[in-house]
Design a protein around this ligand. Structure first.
Ligand SMILES: [Zn+2]
Length: 98
């Protein structure tokens, strides 16, 4: 681990867990697994938290847990506050894809 990121959301002060997506982006998820989540989170061999979107071709693996991206649950996000650099606003991402 090279960079120490805050483990609480700067907007709402709730605990978050930083993950790195397969695209190399930083994604903050809620630290508690949630079966309704859409993001698979696991810890790789170096101890870093990784995340990806499960698909029908690559469904959830046994070592992965579903989490919700923090932007989906952040109360501050409901007011459309600007996100920290490098953080994807998942709702927009989804809207563009459908
Ligand atoms: Zn928040």
């Amino acid at each position: 681990m090279t960079t120490r990121r805050p483990t609480t959301c700067p907007a709402c002060r709730q605990p978050i867990r930083w993950t790195t997506t397969q695209a190399g982006r930083h994604l903050a998820v809620d630290p508690t697994p949630d079966l309704d989540g859409n993001t698979a989170v696991w810890r790789d061999g170096t101890g870093a938290w990784r995340s990806r979107r499960p698909t029908t071709e690559l469904p959830l693996n046994g070592w992965e847990r579903l989490h919700k991206p923090h932007v989906a649950t952040c109360p501050a996000n409901q007011q459309q506050l600007p996100l920290p650099p490098g953080v994807t606003r998942l709702a927009d991402h989804r809207r563009n894809r459908r």
